[in-house]
Every structure is written in C-alpha cells, then in structure tokens.
Ligand binder design. Structure first.
Ligand code: NAD
Ligand code: UGA
Length: 441
C-alpha cells in the first residue's frame, strides 16, 4: 500500500519504518527540514533502539522517504496517518493545534482527489475528537463527504519508548476505529503482515481504549508506589510484596515496579487530559485525580530518604550526584521526567547537583539550566567527591555499578536508590549506606 505518515516523532517515524519494513511504500511528512533531511539519509532524529539500522534499510530499499511537502505525500497515498504531537495545555487538557493543522493540510489536498482516501488519527486524542475533526475540519475544508469521498479512522498506538520497534511489530492487539466498515478494512490492510488480534470499534471507543489503557497502567504504578511508601513504614521490602501480588494472574507482575514515579510524554498528559474531561462532563474521576497526586509527590520521597541518609534535615551546601535524567532508561526523552521535579526541589534546598545520563544530557540541558546544576559526561565525574548519590533512572550501566565503585569515589558513600536498581544487602555488607524506595529494612 502507499501510506503517508504526518509527523516523524517517536510514533510517526516508528510507524513509518515498521510499515516500510513490511513492504509498504511510505512517505513521511514533517515541518522540520533538518528532520526530513536526516531521515532521507537513514539517520533517525530520535534515539530509539534498532531504529537506526531499520530506517537505513528501508530508506536504501526505497520503501521510505521523507518530505516537507504534504501535497506530494497525500496525492500518492490511499491512507494517511496523523502522528503529530498532542501536548498538554496549562489546565491539563490537550492541545490539538498540530492535529488540526495536519487535518487541514490533508483536507486541502483531498479537494483535488478523485479516489476514496482514508485518514487515520494515531495521535492520542480525547474521546470524540476524531469524529469532531472529521466534521468540522476535513469535510469543511475539503468540500468532500465522509464515508463517500473519504473515510476517517482512529488507530491508537500502544508502543513504549525504548522498545518502540518491538512493541509496534509485535503488539498485543491492534485497535481499529473507523467511520464505516470500508474504512476499517483499509486500515486493517496495513496490518496484513502482522500477527496480532484486531479489534474493530467506532472512533470514540478506540480513543477511549487508549486513555483507559494508559490510565490503568499509570494507576497501577501510583498504587504500587503508595504500597511502597507504606512498606517502608511497616519495615518490609516492597519488592517481596510486588512479587507475591504479581503472581496472581488477575493482577500480573507488569507495571508493579515501585520507584520515583512515572514520567514521559504520555502517562502524565493523558491521565491529566482524561481527568480534566471527566470534570467537564460532571463525572470527576477520583482515581485519576489520586493517580496524579501520588505521582507528583513521589520524586520528592527521594529527598526524604536523602535527609535520612545524611542524618540531617538541612541539606543546604551539600553536593549530590544524580544518576539518570531521562524519564526512563533507553530513551533520551526528558518530557515530564521525574528527575526534573527532583532537581528543582534540590536546587531550592541549596544543593549542588552533579548529574549524568548516558544519552539524555543534551535534551536535559535544554530543559533546565542552573549554576548549581553541573552536567557530567560520565558517571565517575558525577559520583566523585559527593556527599550522596541518588539513582533516578535505572540505566543498565548504573544497575551494573558495584559497591566498590561508590567506595572508591566517595568519602562516606551514601546511595539513595530511587528505582530499586542495586542489591542493597551486598552494598551494606561492603560498607555502602543505602536507602531505597519501598525498603523499610
Ligand atoms: P513527537 O512530538 O515526538 O513528534 C511529533 C512530530 O510531528 C514532530 O516531529 C513535529 O515536528 C511533527 N509535526 C507537528 N506538526 C506537524 C504538521 N502539521 N505536519 C507534519 N509534521 C508535524 O510526538 P510523539 O511522541 O511521536 O507522539 C505523537 C502522538 O502519539 C501523541 O499524541 C502521543 O500522545 C501519542 N503517542 C506517543 C507515544 C510515545 O511513546 N511517544 C506512544 C503512543 C502514543
Ligand atoms: C507508555 C505506555 O506503556 C505505552 O503503552 C503507551 O503507548 C505510551 O505510554 C504512550 O501512550 O505514549 P512509555 O511512556 O514510553 O509508554 O513508557 P513506560 O515503559 O510505560 O514507562 C512510563 C513511566 O512509568 C516511566 O517513567 C517508568 O519509569 C515508569 N514505570 C513503569 C514505573 O515507575 N514502574 C513500572 O513498573 C513501569
């Protein structure tokens, strides 16, 4: 099939590359010339495991090209995916500016089209948005009729950053919302070569499936974090508790890792958006509200542990090493990273921070700058001569650090483990003072 993908961020570029790998002819569109240029050279503008190799392969084969020209992409494609960002507005609701601009751009090209085309929104949108955009933008701007001249679909994306290619190629399910059966079938054709169950719904249910899934996963994390905070009070280890709870198939052990809270471009914004909408609909969700409230406080728990570790409520003038900046390992994404909440509070308390991350340093520098925030190129520099070290992102290179490493670099090694990355028994035996989320021992 000839497929156009509008927006070449995490979702757009992974979608385009994976469809191209499956033999489709993909044209990716973006508004940023440097991105388009890089993609056409086979270089991904984002960091994502396996993407560089696969993008190079599909570009060299001629199955994927990028362009700034939306007309060219729409004209030659029977299906057009909208994968642009849907960021949060200050009140927590979603900003659909980019989706609307993309829809307008497509609608202008539809005017000239003589064949039935399908427009699919993959961006995450609050229930009702896709159908509204179909009526108020696409029909209006193109002068064409829904389900006669064009079809409108919603195909939510469930990939996780860091394992995005694998998640896209081997999904648990593909949810296909569509304005009619013909539209659903055209979307399903893109997934012909995938071995995954397909669920057909209308557009609004497809939108809600995405929100309910993200909200449930976020709620699971806030739940285990609350249990972890309680476990500390009970003097037990949340890891033992999570293991026992997760052995129940009805619950599962997934997303039960307690830590410094969830971040990223989606959980915080999606849960907020659904919560704001629930209030607008006079059905305020208590669970969504609590999920967000627990998560906002969770990175600050590391400061409580730090003060306990240093046996001092006053941490002004201390130097703290910070391992990790990205919102999770294997990504350079800093959006809503818990590290940002932690850094701001530490700076407020007069601490000097020496922070490092294997790939997110450049993005972090764009997010936050302060004279007392020193970005370090490697972990040796971040750890040496500090009063304590906090781990907030569990990159493999950090998880592999030995107790000896901290003993060699620090005078009195104090480690605060915000992701349960270290073997606390071994660290203690060797003389490192370690405190961790959910560890009440
Ligand atoms: P992103 O910000 O990384 O990328 C969006 C891209 O769209 C950018 O390259 C931007 O330049 C481009 N763009 C903006 N307006 C455009 C226009 N008019 N024409 C062409 N290109 C345009 O976003 P993302 O992380 O890929 O997320 C996209 C959507 O998918 C969001 O709604 C998000 O909630 C959802 N989603 C994201 C993930 C994820 O892991 N990042 C997973 C599932 C769903
Ligand atoms: C998440 C969902 O997992 C995807 O299914 C979804 O498509 C995506 O959001 C989206 O809509 O954008 P992602 O944000 O990439 O994916 O990353 P996750 O692996 O889900 O982690 C999110 C956050 O939760 C991270 O900060 C991570 O550290 C935290 N987390 C995750 C925990 O604290 N504990 C866990 O057990 C799991």
């Amino acid at each position: 099939m000839n497929i156009a993908v509008i927006g070449t961020g995490y979702v757009g570029l992974v979608t385009g590359t994976c469809f191209a790998l499956k033999g489709h002819k993909v044209t990716c569109v973006d508004v940023i010339p440097e991105k388009v240029e890089k993609i056409n050279k086979g270089i991904p503008p984002i960091y994502e495991k396996d993407l560089a190799r696969m993008l190079k392969e599909v570009v060299e084969k001629g199955n994927l090209k990028a362009t700034l020209n939306i007309s060219e992409a729409v004209a030659k494609s029977e299906i057009i995916y909208i994968c642009v960002g849907t960021p949060s507005l200050p009140d927590g609701s979603m900003d659909y500016t980019y989706v609307k601009e993309a829809a307008k751009g497509i609608a202008r090209e539809l005017k000239e089209a003589n064949e039935f085309k399908v427009i699919v929104i993959k961006s995450t949108c609050v229930p009702g948005t896709t159908d509204e955009i179909g009526k108020t933008i696409i029909e209006k701007e193109s002068g064409k009729k829904l389900n006669v001249d064009f079809g409108l679909g919603m195909n939510p994306e469930f990939l996780r950053e860091g394992v995005a290619i694998n998640d896209f190629l081997y999904p648990d399910r593909v949810v296909i919302g569509g304005s009619n059966r013909e539209t659903q079938n055209v979307i399903a054709k893109c997934y012909n070569e995938f071995d995954a169950p397909i669920l057909f719904t209308d557009n609004t249910a497809a939108e809600m499936i995405k929100y309910a899934s993200n909200s449930f996963l976020a709620m699971k994390i806030s739940f285990i974090n609350e249990m972890a905070n309680l476990a500390e009070k009970f003097g037990i280890d949340i890891k033992d508790v999570a293991k026992g709870v997760g052995m129940d198939h009805r619950i599962s052990d997934k997303f039960l890792r307690a830590g410094a809270g969830f971040g990223g471009s989606c959980f915080p914004k999606d849960v907020s958006a659904l919560y704001v909408r629930s209030k607008e609909l006079d059905q305020p969700s208590k669970l969504l509200e609590a999920t967000l409230a627990v998560n906002k406080k969770q990175p600050l728990r590391l400061i409580e542990l730090l003060k306990k570790g240093l046996e001092n409520e006053d941490i002004k003038g201390k130097t703290i090493g910070l391992l990790g900046l990205a919102f999770k390992p294997d990504t350079d994404d800093m959006r809503e990273a818990p590290s940002l909440i932690l850094i701001n509070k530490l700076l407020e308390e007069g601490v000097t921070i020496k922070a490092t991350d294997p790939v997110a340093l450049e993005n972090a520098k764009k997010e936050i700058a302060h004279e007392k925030l020193i970005y370090c190129e490697n972990m040796e520099d971040a750890v040496k001569e500090t009063d304590a070290v906090i781990l907030i992102t569990e990159w493999k290179e950090f998880r592999d650090l030995s107790a000896e490493f901290f003993i060699q670099k620090m005078k009195n090694p104090v480690v605060i483990d915000g992701r349960r990355a270290f073997d606390y028994k071994e660290f203690r035996e060797k003389g490192v003072k370690i405190l961790a989320i959910g560890l009440g021992k």
